[in-house]
Design a protein around this ligand. Structure first.
Ligand code: PEP
Ligand code: MN
Length: 451
């Protein structure tokens, strides 16, 4: 029997720990009213769906499946349109098909969406032309526009997070239940602008092979459910205590608390202190959870986090998302993986090849080089290969659109091109072609492991 989950701490107790990266609201009474309103609303996801995802992540931890987690760095309220959501879903489905087909490994699909609205920042303020205002902390907290009004922290935005997450999730469920994710649609996901690229052509060739395989299956009378529907779950960084606590509900089946704002929640690199509010909150909910681990993480930190967040060592409960940077991963990761593995801890290891590889282009844009991203993924595979452990997945910032935010890749996007379509309000994302390229290259690494 699993041990009793620690009781859900009160919001007051969490606040009293001096939680990191929280908004500073001017009016506590308004915050309380928003909190009460959110508590009265239906959950966005169901506890049973969270348990299903835990089971799938257990397969990842055992080395039997691969996790693909992706979406924007920061979603925006204005970005919640049918087109935008469909495009993100489409690129994730294409990537998943590439990984599944080219590497013959089941892929667990997890959107970084329908709740990814709050951002930790390294500085509380931003200065432009001598004017200093509060930093943008994601649409959940304040507006991106550089004005005093927009940058004020407004608790009513949490209600908008709920509404837009609900709308996004409704679209995702409709696309999936309505047959958009049917494997017989592999071709239609590849629209003209992708088909023009080398990765798009490669995808097209693979889609033909899949069609042939499916025609063969149909001819012999096999038509499994898996051809028609896809499993897809949602995730975000659990950053804002008011929102996550308000969305935490007791599951009627088990009597356990779940944070029903998303299926999978993670703690970021900045607020992951062992005695911090975020670790405390997520230790007491039963969702599958993740923790980001950067280059300063010691093996003892990782062991202590696993002990605290997954004391029963339940496979699938805990995912470590490492984000060392291409230059540090080969030296830094082995010690962590080795000691965690030697302790018999069941964790899924996932590579975030984005957050350790950000730099500022000479034009002032925050960017990442596709080659660094791939180098980190390769380093991640190399480390796991050397240790005999399973490289369980990738966590990427991407979009389904043709943006110009990361340099490099097959289209050889240059720093000078960044301005032409830079739309992220936070970190730079891989565009659709770069995302597809990443999927092909990662599939090759996966295949190389099993051959
Ligand atoms: C993020 O995922 O956008 C993020 C802030 O990452 P990290 O916590 O790893 O810095
Ligand atoms: Mn980011």
């Amino acid at each position: 029997m699993p041990h009793d989950v620690p009781a859900l701490p009160s919001l007051e107790a969490l606040r009293a720990t001096g939680a990191k990266q929280q908004p500073t609201y001017a009016d506590p009474a308004r915050v309380a009213a928003v909190y009460d309103d959110l508590r009265s609303r239906p959950p966005l996801v169901y506890a049973a769906e969270c348990d299903e995802l835990t089971d799938k992540l257990a397969a990842v931890a055992r080395g039997e499946a691969f996790l693909l987690q992706g979406g924007d760095c920061a979603e925006t309220f204005a970005g919640v349109t049918a087109d935008n959501t469909r495009n993100k879903l489409r690129v994730l489905l294409q990537m998943a098909v590439v990984l599944t087909y080219a590497a013959s490994v089941p892929v667990v699909k997890l959107g970084r969406l329908a709740g990814q609205y709050a951002k930790p920042r390294s500085s509380d303020t931003e200065t432009r032309a001598g004017v200093t205002l509060p930093a943008y902390r994601g649409d959940a907290v304040n507006g991106f526009e550089f004005t005093e009004t927009a940058r004020a922290h407004d608790p009513a935005r949490l209600q908008e997070v709920y509404r837009t997450s609900e709308a996004t999730l409704r679209m995702v469920r409709a696309f999936i239940d309505g047959g958009y994710a049917d494997l017989r649609k592999v071709h239609t996901w590849n629209t003209a602008f992708v088909a023009d690229s080398v990765a798009g052509q490669r995808y097209e060739a693979m889609a033909h092979e899949i069609d042939r395989a499916m025609a063969f299956m149909e001819a012999i009378g096999a038509d499994p459910d898996e051809f028609h529907k896809v499993d897809f779950h949602i995730s975000h960084e659990a950053l804002l205590l008011e929102y996550e606590h308000a969305m935490t509900r007791t599951d009627s089946r088990s009597g356990r608390p779940y944070d029903l704002s998303g299926h999978f929640l993670w703690i970021g690199e900045r607020p992951r202190q062992l005695d911090g509010a975020h670790v405390e909150l997520l230790s007491s909910v039963s969702n599958p959870i993740g923790v980001k681990l950067g280059p300063t993480t010691s093996a003892d930190d990782a062991l202590a986090l696993a002990e605290r967040l997954n004391p029963d060592n339940v496979p699938g409960r805990l995912t470590f998302v490492t984000r060392f940077g291409a230059k540090k991963i080969r030296d830094g990761l082995p010690d962590l993986v080795e000691k965690v593995h030697a302790s018999g801890l069941q964790v899924a290891w996932v590579c975030d090849p984005m957050h350790g590889n950000t730099f500022e282009a000479s034009s002032g844009y925050k960017t990442r080089a596709f080659e660094d991203v791939m180098d980190e993924v390769q380093g991640f595979f190399d480390v796991h290969h050397a240790l005999g452990t399973w490289p369980g997945g990738i966590h990427v910032e991407l979009t389904g659109d043709d943006v110009t935010e990361c340099v490099g890749g097959g289209e050889e996007l240059a720093e000078i091109d960044l301005g032409s379509r830079y739309e992220s309000v936070c970190d730079p994302r891989l565009n659709r072609v770069q995302s597809l390229e990443l999927a092909f290259l990662t599939a090759e690494m996966l295949r190389a492991r099993s051959s």
